[in-house]
Design a protein around this ligand. Structure first.
Ligand code: PUT
Length: 291
């Protein structure tokens, strides 16, 4: 460990640790679920860390939040009801709010400390909570979904941390079955699905489970995020049986003018990068392909 630097050490990426120079530690706390830390970095702005793992930095959070949200929502016409599981920092709901067709945004985050800390230290991310369409539920996403009446949502977005700690169940088959039940026919889910450089075994399991559960399309997409392990992260996009969804060709592009009027113009997402996100390197294509 280099003094004055934060190094992201985890058994999920053995033998490597990305480091950021720390200017000042702004917050350190322990919630019921995890250690929460915020620090000011020299080059990536403020950084949110949970159990020693970087969740977001002010500089590159746009790449993750915009892609995990607009990949699913731009793939279906007129999304109206959206559920976010996790995503307590508020960045995903900020992005959902770009879609004027959306009438209701539910968010279920297990850890209230993540919400409170984000509101205090990341106002440009937590601004999502100001939208009147948002209802925040503090609780376990797995339990929340079990109570959701069948066919309620057009889209579910699962913005989880890694599958060690409170998010573990969000990577398991029973959870995906509950998501499928909560979606209307032809509804879509987008879940955080780790890195093809580091976690091909996890991704293969997710793909196998999703192919059994989601009878529409099942696709893996990815984006660059410089401060995530291996500099990238992937998403699993699936649709339920019903009106077909072609994730690779957005049918609901975000109108540039409308997006400029909103709280925060898009920084990363556009329709070209949407389609490109589904192109996989050959080694990953051989393992997971697409349906
Ligand atoms: N919300 C995504 C976090 C990923 C951390 N490795």
């Amino acid at each position: 460990v280099i003094p004055g630097w934060f190094s992201e050490i985890s058994s999920m990426w053995p033998g490597e640790a990305h480091s950021l120079k720390v200017e000042k530690i702004l917050f350190q706390g322990k919630s019921e679920y995890q250690n929460v830390m915020v620090f000011q970095s020299s080059t990536y702005g403020k950084v949110l860390v949970l159990d020693g793992v970087i969740q977001l930095t002010e500089r590159d959070e746009c790449a993750y939040q915009e892609m995990i949200t607009h990949l699913p929502l731009c793939s279906i016409p007129n999304p109206k009801k959206v559920l976010v599981i996790g995503g307590g920092d508020g960045g995903v709901i900020r992005e959902v709010a770009h879609h004027s067709s959306v009438e209701k945004i539910d968010i279920c985050e297990i850890d209230k400390m993540v919400v409170d800390v984000s509101k205090q230290y990341f106002p440009d991310v937590a601004v999502g909570y100001d939208d009147p369409r948002v209802t925040l539920h503090i609780g376990d996403g797995v339990a929340f979904l079990k109570e959701v009446p069948e066919g309620t949502y057009d889209a579910v977005i699962v913005d989880s941390s890694d599958p060690i700690g409170p998010a573990q169940e969000l990577f398991e088959k029973p959870f995906f079955s509950s998501v499928a039940k909560a979606l209307r026919p032809g509804g879509v889910v987008c879940t955080q699905a780790e890195s093809i450089w580091l976690h091909m075994d996890i991704i293969e399991d997710i793909v196998a489970n999703c192919r059994q559960i989601f009878k529409g399309s099942v696709n893996y997409a990815w984006t660059t995020v410089p401060t995530y392990p291996s500099g990238m992260i992937g998403f699993m996009l699936c649709s339920t049986e019903g009106p077909p969804v072609d994730f690779k060709h957005p049918v609901n592009p975000i109108d540039e003018n409308e997006s400029q009027k909103s709280v925060r113009p898009l920084k990363f997402y556009n329709s070209e990068i949407h389609t490109a996100a589904f192109c996989l390197p050959s080694f990953a294509k051989r393992k997971i392909g697409s349906k």
